[in-house]
Design a protein around this ligand. Structure first.
Ligand code: NAP
Length: 311
């Protein structure tokens, strides 16, 4: 029986693991088949304190992991397939079997959202992608389209100028949601153009993407934009499918945690993007991982004290 299982291994999960390990809880981290979370799909991270020259996302996550392991966290790169939080001890299932724990921290993060338009799924990996870091290099000297108006879209667009002949940002409104610094950088980049008030209705192409069908959001007129690649950067959805019916979720699927890190199941705590609809930063995720570990530690202390006094 584990005292604490951490599900997830982004900044939230691994910070929780560092704090829990330093509290001698010997946490078991079920890191997922691909550990590290969304920063593994990022290049330069410039706003994580302590790295004045910036750091590559995967390098930062390796440091988190090494730090957690240094204090005794055990990390297994496996996916959690189901949980039973109605039982005591709590049950967490993986392909390898069932694990029991007195407490759990859920830090499963969020995943990139897709447009859900015709052609998108069929052309995934054939010009359509959500990860510029992974796929950008395939489109040297090509025309690349990025859809979205937030920081992710701006970051992707800037990164893709390394490869593309031209990068066009297609946004459904006439104003960006992105931060001022990112907006200024994008507007100053000569390789980046904008198509405003445009909704992408279809990804077109047979064996690979050749273009996009657009609809003007204001006057409804339709047009086609030739493109070799489409990078979808329209935000993220929380990874909570396995917690449906186990934890209270809000309408968007985020875990409800009114008191900070506690959830609707006793002994189950939450950290990071999976309950954060607002900030979604590596540093805020790490901060909430710290809080969740401290709350889990207090919970275990009370639980184990009660058991000892009963015995
Ligand atoms: P976001 O801020 O929620 O922006 C999503 C963008 O996609 C919005 O512009 C939205 O349009 C658009 N969009 C959403 N659904 C769409 C759809 N179905 N069709 C077309 N467009 C759609 O998400 P994000 O850019 O991933 O950023 C999330 C958080 O991470 C933010 O807090 C951001 O600051 C942070 N972040 C920071 C950095 C950085 O600092 N370098 C980098 C990446 C992310 P509307 O504007 O019309 O709603």
């Amino acid at each position: 029986m584990e005292r604490l299982i951490v599900i997830g291994s982004g900044p939230a999960g691994l910070t929780a693991a560092i704090y829990a390990a330093r509290a001698n809880l010997r946490p078991l981290v079920l890191a997922g088949g691909m550990y590290g979370g969304q920063l593994m799909l990022t290049t330069e991270v410039e706003n994580y304190p302590g790295f004045p020259d910036g750091i590559q996302g995967p390098d930062l996550m390796l440091k988190f992991r090494e730090q957690a392991e240094r204090f005794g966290a055990r990390i297994e790169d496996v996916d959690v397939t189901a949980v039973d939080f109605a039982r005591r001890p709590l049950v967490v299932r993986t392909a390898g079997g069932e694990r029991e724990a007195r407490s759990v921290i859920v830090a499963t993060g969020a995943a990139a959202r897709w447009l859900g338009i015709p052609g998108e799924e069929r052309l995934r990996g054939r010009g359509v992608s959500t990860c510029a870091t992974c796929d950008g290099a395939f489109f040297r000297e090509k025309h690349i389209v990025v859809v979205g108006g937030g920081d992710s879209a701006m970051e992707e667009a800037l990164f893709l100028t390394r490869f593309g002949r031209k990068v066009t940002v297609v946004h459904r409104r006439s104003g960006l949601r992105a931060s001022k610094i990112m907006t200024d950088r994008v507007l100053a980049n000569e390789k980046i153009e904008f198509v405003w008030n445009a909704v992408v209705e279809e990804a077109v192409g047979e064996s690979h993407l050749t273009g996009l069908k657009l609809r003007d959001a204001e006057n409804g007129s339709r047009s086609e934009l030739a493109a070799d690649a489409l990078f979808v950067a329209i935000g993220h959805d929380p990874n909570t499918a396995i917690f449906a019916g186990q934890l209270e979720l809000d309408r968007a699927g985020y875990i409800v945690s009114p008191g900070g890190t506690s959830t609707s199941a006793e002994g189950v705590f939450v950290a990071g993007d999976v309950h954060d609809i607002r900030y979604k930063q590596a540093i805020t995720a790490a901060g909430s991982g710290c809080k969740a570990a401290m709350d889990a530690e207090k919970y275990l202390e009370a639980l184990e004290f009660a058991a000892a006094t009963r015995a």
